[in-house]
Design a protein around this ligand. Structure first.
Ligand code: NAD
Length: 506
């Protein structure tokens, strides 16, 4: 098969450039490698040869095929050597003036049909193209690190990008076996925009001292199936990388409250406590292994009180069944007896509000997160309110741990942990659909491949039920009075009508 681009130049042959060069060569393109730093392009060529050699050694690549890949690569000493290319991908330093200068120079060297692509992750494609005579030839072409393993590429149209330029980049991406997704030129494009919910909301939960970092990580992994908790993830990415991204997207959206960063990361960054690479982040690391504090111990409870469940509890029938399965003594009268443990299961509201509104004895009231089907999770989460007695807290903890399932007890929070974080992720994704950043299908594909979430944000919203997500957000707005929780119109309309979040208007 003929490659869409016969001759590709890679300018900037660092971590990203060499990965992109590998893909282009594997798609059948001749590849010229250029870097300002003397010897850097040569080093990239050697590194690529060794990458392929490793694959040959593992039996994953034929030695003859490797030879054809290596023959396709060559070093270009100057940008003037790139004249005959039909694609130039730039992966140089992340600075608008330097990228503009490079493309302006290239425009005078390459032919008029040559496609110019920038791998920028945070700059506006439109503003890079604004320096050019032919802005229609430039598009964003955003890869993820490490390029060969992260099999999604965002193709970004600037305001003036010729649609055929994006189409050719999209087809070329398929030729090297990655999945192309199309994005409008907006801050963070798809993946870095959709990824705002997870860390920032978890930081707000931690900032309210609802639970410690390790407990929040455990809850999100065990309840929703995230591979890494938000604090483990931030430790891996390191705060010197992730905090500036949080600030940049927040500022680029003119201080939109949904993306507001946290003082926790700003403070830790200032103190150099940035993550695994320095041995200390949200966790301490010894010989590269995180020192994770032990999970909460299940208390011994001699006299288990009877349990009364609020009539307004979410998934009330399932909660009753669960209590039966756990051997609880269940009260069914209209009001709890004087010694009963009182259970509420709010969506978005906190335990305190429910105890007050339902006129329950707050000292005996404990909340349980019933947003998800209990059978589908590996952990139960209970929340106390400031008045909850320790014997009632311990009784609830021991009762829900009776079958051996993990239990976390957190302090009161509108929306527990998972409800808050998932509703925030879904809401941001819904708003991206509302803004037309990309199609709902591309959004879920990009996030699944680019962030490794167990499912796309819209599929997550559909699993919980858009109406439930909407209820959680409305109630969180009541508890916190914070505009960051206002539901996107996309979610509000689909939630109100009971439609799937991927439903498109005709
Ligand atoms: P890097 O520092 O590993 O490599 C950059 C290379 O560009 C260096 O070899 C440098 O010598 C060279 N260079 C700098 N200015 C140049 C110029 N004017 N002309 C030619 N070569 C020049 O950086 P990286 O991590 O590969 O990132 C490159 C680009 O990719 C940036 O725009 C970055 O934002 C973007 N990006 C990075 C990642 C990531 O995770 N690292 C992910 C997506 C996008």
């Amino acid at each position: 098969m003929q490659p869409i681009f016969r001759k590709t130049a890679i300018v900037g042959t660092g971590a990203m450039g060499r990965g992109i060069a590998q893909m282009a060569a594997q798609a059948g393109s001749a590849v010229l490698l250029h870097d300002v730093q003397p010897g850097a392009a040569q080093a990239a060529l050697a590194a690529l040869r060794s990458t392929w050699q490793t694959l040959v050694g593992k039996g994953k690549l034929d030695a003859d095929v490797m030879s054809t890949y290596v023959e396709r690569l060559c070093v270009a000493e100057t940008v003037n050597d790139l004249a005959s290319c039909d694609l130039v991908v730039e992966a140089i330093v992340e600075r608008l003036d330097v990228k503009q200068r490079l493309f302006k120079e290239l425009e005078g060297i390459v032919g008029p049909d040559c496609v110019l692509a920038t791998n920028t992750s945070s700059l506006s494609v439109t503003s890079i193209a604004a320096a050019l005579q032919r802005p229609g030839q430039l598009a964003g072409y955003h890869f993820f690190n490490p390029v060969p393993l992260m099999r999604v590429v965002e193709v970004i149209a600037g305001l003036k990008t010729d649609p055929s330029v994006c189409q050719r980049l999209t087809e070329f991406t398929r030729q090297f076996g990655h999945t192309p997704v199309s994005a409008q030129d907006t801050p963070g494009f798809i993946v870095n925009h959709a990824g705002r919910g997870y860390g920032t909301e978890a930081l707000r939960v931690a900032g309210e001292r609802v639970a410690d970092f390790a407990t929040i990580d455990r809850i999100l992994k065990d309840q929703m199936g995230f591979r890494l908790g938000p604090f483990e993830l931030m430790d891996l990415t390191a705060l010197d990388v992730s905090h500036p991204v949080m600030e940049s997207i927040y500022r680029q959206y003119f201080d939109e409250p949904r993306y507001r960063p946290s003082v926790i990361t700003a403070q830790r960054l200032a103190g150099g406590v940035v993550g695994k690479k320095v041995g200390e982040g949200f966790y301490r690391y010894e010989n590269g292994a995180a020192q994770v504090p032990a999970d909460q111990a299940v208390p011994e409870v001699a006299n288990m009180p009877p349990v009364w469940v609020s009539p307004k509890a979410a998934r009330r029938a399932e909660l009753y069944q669960l209590l039966k399965d756990l051997g609880a003594s269940i009260e069914t009268a209209a009001a709890p007896s004087s010694g009963a443990l009182i259970l509420v299961a709010p969506l978005g509201l906190d335990v305190t509000t429910l105890a007050a509104v339902e006129r329950l004895d707050a000292a005996r009231t404990v909340g349980i997160d019933m947003m998800l089907d209990d059978a589908a999770t590996r952990r139960r989460v209970l929340a106390t309110n400031p008045a909850t007695r320790s014997d009632m807290r311990d009784a609830a903890h021991a009762l829900f741990a009776r079958d051996g399932k993990a239990v976390s007890v957190i302090r009161d929070s509108g929306g527990f942990v998972t409800q808050r974080v998932v509703a925030t992720i879904v809401n941001i994704a819904a708003d991206m659909c509302q803004q037309g950043v990309c199609t709902p299908a591309d959004l879920d594909v990009a996030v699944t491949l680019g962030l490794g979430y167990p499912m796309g944000p819209l599929a997550m919203g559909d699993r919980i039920g858009p109406t439930n997500v909407l209820e959680i957000l409305f109630n969180m707005q009541t508890v916190y009075g914070d505009p960051r929780y206002r539901p996107s119109p996309w979610l509000r309309r689909r939630g109100a009508l009971g439609l799937s979040l991927t439903h498109l208007e005709h």
